[in-house]
Design a protein around this ligand. Structure first.
Ligand code: TRP
Length: 453
């Protein structure tokens, strides 16, 4: 039974690409620019990059180790390796966190879908004030945003259940390079707008006096969110890796690609934002109130090109979001299927229903429920902060401790060195990172957040 499902996950190369597809998504193109904008620009980026390499890569490898050695869904992987010890909570935590993320992520993916349809009909606003108003009007609406949110979760559901993932992964293998190419084009277009250089400066010239107290946690959360780390998502994917997959190299390559896409997205957004007078700390609306200006202003002499570029861009963005939502959905689906012993289809329905409910409330939190505040945030922002700044670092922390201190060293050694075929320095560096560096850094950042250090 298990083998049957595992078999339809495609080739080995395919699965590493699928993991990269999970990492690259709205986290890079939507969340990274808005976080950077809210946290003072270049100084935040330096911290972010530091955390990706210092904490993110070891954290990814730790999840890979658990996933590939246990060969099963997230919760069971931890169950199997943790026995009846409390460590098994890591798997459940991952399932819980990934469903909250999918709920609010689908709202944003739904915004992309709306922009795609508007771009297709040629109705994208091009005047700066109208662009901003359009976003506000649209996102505070009730029915259409909800329908797109549910629509996006249902599309994800169908892909997860039908096992057409393979097709999607193949398609994105072709289309992701196109997204990179389009990003390059948009960076150039954005930098050519009048006054764009102030945006480039904001993005590249660190001003450490801009750093606010909780910027450490924000950068940490962004790094983990973008790498899909902390929910056992990578663990689920790694359970499909082949014996020859080099875990450390794969983690490094995925992290590099992910960071490059994020930095490119920033270089596309900020020059344009400064040029048209969009405030860099506009929050989640940032890319939606900035980009249409680029399509309009930069291509004003060639509207047909602007049309094609805008349609392609939103299409590729939605696809990148889809490869990420698939990975989130998969965690819950595999969990309910294997743990509740229901069919995969039923497992997927449970996930879809829960996520749709979360998604509906998050969508409404921009409109009719905008007065409902949790810790001063609307529900969407609250779910975003709760997951990125609390649940993901917590999941990653526990995973590092689990792999570093609990599971037998021989298991870790086999996984990191591919049963002794890779040099053992990898193991030493990895163990040092997951035993000491990652836990100490994450705990210090948490304590710092609470004002203790
Ligand atoms: N990393 C994805 C992005 O950048 C989002 C994502 C997919 C994710 N799966 C995840 C985030 C699991 C946290 C956990 O868009």
């Amino acid at each position: 039974m298990q083998h049957h499902q595992r078999a339809n996950f495609g080739s080995r190369l395919g699965i590493v690409l699928a993991t990269a597809g999970s990492a690259v998504g709205l986290g890079n193109i939507w969340r990274f620019p808005y976080m950077t904008g809210q946290n003072g620009g270049a100084a935040f980026i330096l911290l972010y990059i530091l955390f990706v390499f210092l904490l993110g890569i070891p954290g990814m490898v730790a999840e890979f180790v658990v996933g590939r050695s246990a060969q099963s869904n997230a919760a069971r992987a931890y169950n199997r390796m943790a026995g009846r010890t409390p460590w098994r909570v890591i798997g459940y935590l991952g399932v819980f966190t990934s469903m909250i993320i999918l709920g609010f992520y689908a709202v944003v993916a739904g915004w992309c879908m709306q922009y795609l349809t508007v771009a297709l009909t040629g109705g994208l606003e091009t005047d700066a004030t109208q662009v901003a108003n359009y976003f506000k009007d649209y996102s505070s609406g009730t029915w259409v945003p909800i329908l797109w949110t549910i629509g996006f979760i249902v599309i994800t559901h169908l892909v997860v259940v039908r096992g057409v993932r393979n097709g999607i992964e193949k398609a994105s293998k072709l289309l992701m390079p196109l997204l990179l190419l389009l990003l390059v084009l948009l960076i150039v277009a954005s930098c050519m707008l009048p006054g764009a250089m102030r945006g480039v400066e904001f993005f590249l010239k660190p001003d450490f006096s801009q750093l606010t107290p909780n910027v450490l946690l924000e950068a940490l959360g962004q790094a983990f969110f973008s790498l899909s780390l902390g929910t056992a998502c990578l663990c689920t994917y790694a359970s499909y890796f082949g014996r020859n997959t080099n875990l450390t190299n794969s983690a490094f390559q995925i992290a590099m690609l992910d960071t490059i896409v994020a930095v490119m997205a920033g270089l596309m957004i900020f020059p344009a934002a400064f040029s048209v007078g969009v405030n860099p700390d506009s929050g989640p609306s940032l890319i939606f109130i900035t980009l249409p200006n680029v399509f309009g202003a930069a291509f004003s002499s060639a509207p047909a090109v602007g049309y094609i570029v805008s349609v392609l861009f939103y299409f590729l963005l939605a696809l990148a979001a889809l490869t990420s939502t698939i990975s989130m959905h998969e965690i819950g689906t595999a969990f309910f299927h294997e743990e509740l012993k229901v069919s995969r289809g039923k497992g997927a329905i449970i996930v879809t229903v829960i996520c749709c409910i979360i998604g509906i409330f998050c969508s409404l939190s921009n409109g009719s429920l905008s007065d409902v505040k949790l810790l001063g945030m609307n529900l969407l922002d609250f779910c975003d902060s709760l997951t990125a700044q609390v649940l993901l670092p917590l999941g990653a922390l526990l995973t590092c401790l689990f792999v570093g201190w609990y599971i037998p060293k021989q298991v870790v050694k086999d996984q990191v060195t591919n049963w002794g075929t890779l040099p053992s320095w990898r193991l030493k560096v990895f163990l040092f990172a997951v035993r000491f560096i990652c836990p100490l850094c994450i705990i210090s950042i948490f304590l710092h957040q609470f004002g203790i250090i």
